[in-house]
Write a protein that binds this ligand. Structure first.
Ligand code: SAM
Length: 272
């Protein structure tokens, strides 16, 4: 299944859940706060901007935001909230599409780098982020940590969530580092709705190597947008990669920054 088929008009219309889920202020507030700080007064580019869940409130904070997305229906939803001047969007693949301008920040959130299904495309995505950034610019990724520990030996599927009206079943293709999420939604009737999304999962260490191939170093890694420490039990991470600054002595304003951590490849985990 192609991403264009997944992010169709129906998905776009059902995506926004104002005030709840990923749109809840406790999720979105810290995300926008952190990205606004990381933009350091410059412009930001969101890869896979979607309906503007993050881009619209970030632009409302005064950060100039541009987006790239391959789904016209998702961008049509964004247009109900912000016009082309407020949040310009280029339709295309985030691994290859070039948006006009130079940016201090590129960000790719909500696990969406995993929508690129090959390692080569994921590396290209890092290179495309680097292409848009000024020296010292940052690429921020929010991504889940693969949960292979939950996969019993000999089985290729695991129930990730089971609650009233909803079951999430993940099926794994471990040799190809792929997982398909099967979202079953049902009510009291005999029929259920099934949505499936394929992903290529990435370990943090592999992500760091992709960043390195594109010229980035790891500046910080936390378990969430509020700066919680990233540990062996963390299920997700917010990783900030940075290009070398034009002037090497340029200081970092990043919480948790530990000099030379990116050289050793160690995780940077201190609280902000
Ligand atoms: C889960 S939504 C995330 C939207 C938004 N970033 C957010 O946080 O709400 C995934 C988005 O990624 C877009 N997408 C998937 N693969 C893409 C690709 N290769 N290039 C550009 N956009 C892509 C989809 O069209 C969809 O809008």
């Amino acid at each position: 299944m192609q991403q264009q088929d997944i992010w169709d008009a129906d998905a776009a219309q059902r995506y926004d859940t104002p005030g709840t889920g990923m749109f809840a202020p406790e999720n979105l507030g810290p995300t926008v706060d952190r990205l606004a700080r990381l933009a350091e007064g410059g412009a930001a580019l969101e890869f896979a901007v979607g309906t503007g869940r993050v881009a619209v409130p970030l632009a409302e904070r005064g950060v100039p935001v541009t987006g790239i997305d391959l789904s016209r229906p998702m961008v049509e939803q964004l247009r109900t909230k912000a016009d082309e001047v407020t949040v310009p969007v280029v339709i295309g693949d985030m691994a290859t599409t070039v948006a006009p301008g130079e940016y201090r920040l590129v960000y790719l959130v909500y696990n969406t780098i995993s929508n690129l299904l090959t390692q080569a495309e994921q590396v290209e995505c890092f290179r495309n982020a680097a292409r848009h950034l000024v020296p010292g610019g940052r690429f921020v990724i929010e991504l889940w940590v693969p949960e292979l520990r939950r996969l019993p030996p000999g089985q290729a599927a695991t129930v990730m969530r089971s609650e009233s009206g909803y079951i999430l079943l993940d099926t794994y293709d471990v040799p190809h580092q792929r997982v398909v999420s099967h979202h079953f939604r049902f009510d009291g009737t005999r029929t259920a709705r099934l949505d499936r999304t394929p992903h290529r999962y990435i370990w943090p260490a592999e992500l760091d190597l992709m960043a390195q191939l594109a010229g980035f170093g790891l500046e910080s890694r936390h378990a969430d947008w509020t700066g919680a420490p990233f540990t062996a039990e963390s299920r997700s991470h917010v990783s900030v990669y940075r290009l070398p600054p034009a002037h090497p002595a340029e200081p970092s304003n990043e919480p948790g920054r530990q000099p030379r951590a990116e050289d050793s490849g160690r995780s940077v985990t201190s609280a902000p």
